[in-house]
Design a protein around this ligand. Structure first.
Ligand code: PLP
Length: 363
């Protein structure tokens, strides 16, 4: 609804929405639908962006509290946490989230303070490491920590972190939930009424609210989520299988491959494996000269015609990028790593395009 204020004479909250920063009727159906999709007891909360939702969720860490976060979290989440730690507002401990023992050691160290919050992202961006969500949330709760899981890559159709023990689920609604690369939004979902009230208050006072038109677009996108996820997951699995044996591909990360280190764990907590995959390009040592894996990646991406060279993921169109072109990307992400977000195009068209671009490298 395009309004910044509402008629009202009685006490606020009694059916009176009051002011446009407190609530908007266009947010409601999206928040209700997302809450139900995640299996939550309550409607979700829509935010101006995924990072506005990250900011709200991180506000649950008390002053000076300990935050345990995957070293390969979404880069923006890591930057925000690092800056908060730099100001002394919290203590940040980053860890390889696929290494359960290492995470347990950070949650409740023998010689240090226990964690206030465990941040989970699984599979991670862009390394696609898989966390044991059940085991880690149980350990976090035993240490007294609240657990937030960024479920952007999986969508609630593929993974439901609340059922696995998480307290709060986070989405960049920009990605699969909206699905058409035409809107920037975020969301949090939770089942606890106290947590929801705290987060709603944070959203109202810090002001990270969604525009009504964006909310309407997100709801429209959500209507086709199931079809889009079904198609893009199936295509990702086919492409991963073919890429895994291609000579120009040095290695591949995709939890759907039986050879992937996260495969069994992913199977135990996901209904499918998502539609993002990453390849590390092999260096080319051919007749026309040699190039590094990173150069081969850049050349291959420029030779593509159907895949679009752009950041982001989860849209109807297939996107591809070499992640280290972003200066904020951690140095532990290999220079030659290419992230691919598989869209809903014809899978043979996607494969034909990849094949010609890989062949153009020679070698
Ligand atoms: C994109 C993304 C975010 C940030 O969301 P924005 O909508 O861009 O603010 C957070 N987490 C993950 C996993 C993402 O992919």
């Amino acid at each position: 609804m395009l309004s910044s204020t509402y008629f009202g004479t009685g006490p606020l909250g009694d059916g009176d929405r009051g002011y446009g920063r407190y609530s908007n009727p266009t947010w409601d159906p999206f928040e209700e639908a997302l809450g139900q999709l995640e299996g939550a007891q309550l409607p979700g909360l829509l935010y101006a962006s995924g990072l506005a939702a990250v900011s709200s969720a991180l506000s649950l860490v008390p002053a000076g509290g300990v935050l345990v976060m995957p070293s390969h979290s979404y880069a923006g989440s890591l930057v925000m946490a690092t800056e908060l730690a730099g100001k002394g507002l919290l203590e940040l401990r980053t860890v390889d989230i696929a290494d359960t023992d290492a995470v347990l050691a950070q949650l409740a160290p023998a010689d240090g303070r226990p964690a206030s919050m465990l941040w989970l992202e699984s599979p991670t961006n862009p390394m696609l490491g898989v966390a044991d969500i059940r085991a880690l949330t149980a350990a976090a709760h035993a240490a007294g920590a609240v657990v937030v899981t960024d479920n952007t890559f999986s969508t609630p159709l593929v993974q439901q972190p609340l059922a696995l023990g998480s307290d709060v689920v986070l989405h960049s609604v920009t990605k699969y939930l909206s699905g058409h690369s035409d809107v920037v939004l975020g969301a949090l979902v939770m089942s606890d009424a106290g947590l929801r009230a705290t987060l709603l208050h944070h959203r109202t006072i810090h002001g990270g609210i969604a525009g009504p038109f964006e909310a309407w677009l997100a709801l429209r996108g959500l209507r086709t989520l199931a079809l889009r996820v079904e198609r893009s997951q199936a295509s990702a699995a086919i492409l991963a299988g073919r890429l895994s044996t291609h000579p120009r591909v040095g290695s591949i990360r995709f939890p759907g491959l039986a050879s992937d280190p996260g495969h069994e764990r992913a199977k135990s907590q996901m209904k499918g494996f998502g539609s993002v995959l990453c390849i590390e390009m092999a260096p080319v040592d051919g007749g026309t000269g040699s190039m590094s894996g990173a150069e081969a990646a850049d050349r291959m991406i420029r030779a593509l015609k159907l895949w679009l060279p752009a950041t982001s993921l989860g849209g109807v169109e297939s996107l591809i990028e070499r992640r280290r072109r972003h200066t904020a990307e951690p140095a532990s992400v290999p220079e030659n790593l290419v992230r691919m977000s598989v869209g809903i195009e014809n899978v043979e068209d996607l494969w034909t395009d990849l094949e010609q671009a890989l062949a153009s490298l020679g070698g």
